[in-house]
Design a protein around this ligand. Structure first.
Ligand SMILES: Cc1cc2nc3c(=O)[nH]c(=O)nc-3n(C[C@H](O)[C@H](O)[C@H](O)COP(=O)(O)OP(=O)(O)OC[C@H]3O[C@@H](n4cnc5c(N)ncnc54)[C@H](O)[C@@H]3O)c2cc1C
Length: 380
């Protein structure tokens, strides 16, 4: 890896983790990011709305990269239990004990994680952080990137970690397949009156699931997936929004105070190729955007980074990239299909689908199936 020159476009959670992982293996890394995280510590007592559940396997990997020293501890919350309830009322729970672990994963604020990754990057001599330069294009034959101020950079690998509207994918002529879910995801951070357990749960309904992610003993992120127009209408009237949230969540968690809310459009996008011309590689949301209902998006992105590094350590670059694309496309497509099966099947109010769901949850309760599902939840 010492000889490798890696240019990364996009320093969000996936791009920054990739930069750190490559740099720690000795590669020369240049990271282009127009919106770097602030160096100042966030003193806001309330969590930001953009949070992620990171599975235990990825969290241990991130700690191995050294982020434990810098991540704001009040923005990380361990959870040890996960429960899903189908539209027919059948529930399935997983506990960390069943996997012999102390936790299934953590809830972490995206900003806090990105800040911690960048703090590590800033301390490394073999990393150049470019926040004023932009990628304009590249020549794949000579492996040269052209920046907006006229500079040319040579690279061995150009990683597109620049999110769902990836400039790298566009410049490389990589197409996507996918669709809009015609749904929005409403996120609301609340302060609860009664302490809540370290449990994340999700309940399916015909219009889409609703879920809770615990942030502290007395703060939680409530999530409501519904039709785009319904969420947009609710957001126009704060009182209606609060009363809707209370109607949905108060039976589960008692009374609460709404702190902040926002909503996000949902789409499914999968790049037709992850690799181009033996040196361009897509990772994270640049390669795949999936429905967030199972909290898998950034987890798949970290798995991409881990796989790319492992294959490069094992094979020559050209073989490694073929292997990376083969492995990660198959794994990510499998997760996307699973999300679609849940999205379109579990929420169906048709009695046959309800029966199928309740049967599938009962089957999922069979010890070996449950063990397999648990492995998926903790990232194996
Ligand atoms: C509501 C919601 C909830 C979610 N919850 C979870 C969860 O619980 N667990 C989970 O695993 N995932 C979750 N996700 C998904 C997760 O947020 C994404 O998968 C993750 O943010 C993708 O990270 P990324 O670094 O690949 O892309 P991004 O976060 O999109 O980062 C891309 C970076 O590239 C930069 N960039 C963009 N364009 C350019 C350019 N032209 N040049 C240079 N840089 C550029 C951007 O500034 C940004 O920093 C959720 C998503 C949503 C919408």
């Amino acid at each position: 890896m010492e000889q490798l020159s890696v240019l990364i476009n996009g320093g969000g959670m996936v791009g920054a983790a990739a930069a750190l992982a490559f740099a720690q293996k000795g590669a020369q890394v240049t990271l282009l990011e127009p919106k770097p995280p602030s160096v100042e510590e966030n003193t806001d007592p309330e969590w930001d709305l953009r949070i992620s559940s990171v599975n235990n396997s990825n969290w241990q990997w991130l700690l191995g990269l050294g982020i434990g020293e810098d991540v704001r501890h009040s923005r990380v919350f361990d959870y040890d239990r996960l429960t899903v309830t189908s539209i027919s009322g059948t529930s399935l729970s997983f506990h960390a004990d069943e996997a012999g672990l102390s936790k299934l994963g953590v809830m972490v604020e995206n900003n806090a994680l990105q800040q911690a990754l960048w703090a590590q990057l800033r301390a490394l001599k073999n990393v150049s952080l470019r926040t004023d330069d932009k990628l304009e294009g590249f020549d794949t034959l000579s492996r040269t990137a052209f920046l907006n101020k006229g500079e040319h950079l040579n690279y061995d690998l150009l990683l597109g970690c620049d999110g769902a509207h990836s400039k790298v994918a566009q410049a490389a002529g990589i197409d996507y397949r996918g669709w809009d879910y015609d749904q929005r995801c409403l996120l609301a951070n609340v302060r609860v009156e009664k302490p809540i357990a370290a449990e994340t749960w999700e309940v399916f309904r015909s219009q889409g699931p609703y879920a809770l992610l615990p942030l502290t003993e007395n703060q939680a992120c409530l999530i409501d997936y519904s039709k785009r127009d319904d969420i947009t209408a609710l957001e126009k009237d704060k009182r209606a929004l609060e009363s809707h949230l209370k109607q949905t969540f108060a039976p589960h968690i008692g009374d609460f105070k709404l702190l902040k809310s926002a909503s996000f459009a949902l789409q499914r996008k999968h790049a037709c190729h992850y690799v181009k011309d033996g040196s361009i590689v897509l990772l994270g949301d640049a390669a795949h955007s999936i429905h967030p209902m199972a909290g898998q998006g950034v987890n798949l992105g970290f798995a991409d980074v881990r796989c790319l590094i492992e294959t490069l350590e094992q094979y020559s670059q050209s073989t490694a990239l073929v292997e990376y694309e083969r492995t990660r496309r198959r794994e990510n497509a499998k997760m996307m299909r699973m999300m679609d099966a849940i999205q379109f099947g579990w929420r169906d109010s048709n009695p046959i689908m309800q029966l199928a769901t309740s049967v599938s949850l009962k089957v999922a309760g069979v010890p070996w199936v449950k063990r397999w599902l648990l492995q998926q939840a903790v990232g194996k």
